[in-house]
Write a protein that binds this ligand. Sequence first.
Ligand SMILES: *Cc1c(COP(=O)(O)O)cnc(C)c1O
Length: 228
Amino acid sequence: MTTIAENIKALNGELPDGVKLIAVSKNHTGDAIEEAYAAGQRRFGENRVQEMTAKHEVLPKDIEWHLIGHLQTNKVKYVAPYVYMIHSIDSFKLLQEVNRQAEKAGRTIRCLLQIHIAKEDTKFGFSPDECRHMLAEDPWQELRNVSICGLMGVATNTGDTGQVRSEFSSLQQLAAELGAGIMSGNADFRELSMGMTHDYRLALDYGCTMVRIGTKIFGERDYSQRLY
Ligand SMILES: *Cc1c(COP(=O)(O)O)cnc(C)c1O
């Protein structure tokens, strides 16, 4: 068994410069996060608002909290005061609510648009066309308190690496298309969040700038108990 610190060190050694490691700490304890923190890790990803908020309250204040799970509009207010980045924007309505709560909190919140790239229909996100239409038709440029920083995707959970590569490639292409097109005036639009424990090495081939890794750092999650 390797320690959390060793796992983080190994990943930092492996990831190219410019690829940010988001340590996905969902369903792991504050102690596990402190161990990663002591090893220098500052970016953590969580998928539940309540759990992330409880951890934020007790853990060091220089942690960057990344929300990577589905976000309901009625819960935005709990994370708006502190969240570093929301990776899971999947509707204009949600973006509007993030803007509203960010304004109330006196800040600008970094957001990624989640794109549905997987074959599985359980995954959230815009389809590429829904995303193009939203950016073309909805008045997102009027939202002064959100910054659209890029795209996020979750590939199909499969051992078929050809399938996973084609999904990552499609996300990379969409990011390039938008970056050269409707988002070209937007210097913040440069992040591509893709790759998890089982597929991050593939994601590195397709220009990801953020990988979201949990199991490889913290070990298997035990869902038989809710920690928060
Ligand atoms: C849980 C989760 C991850 C991390 O998964 P691992 O397989 O443990 O690395 C990454 N992204 C999202 C959206 C997740 O929900």
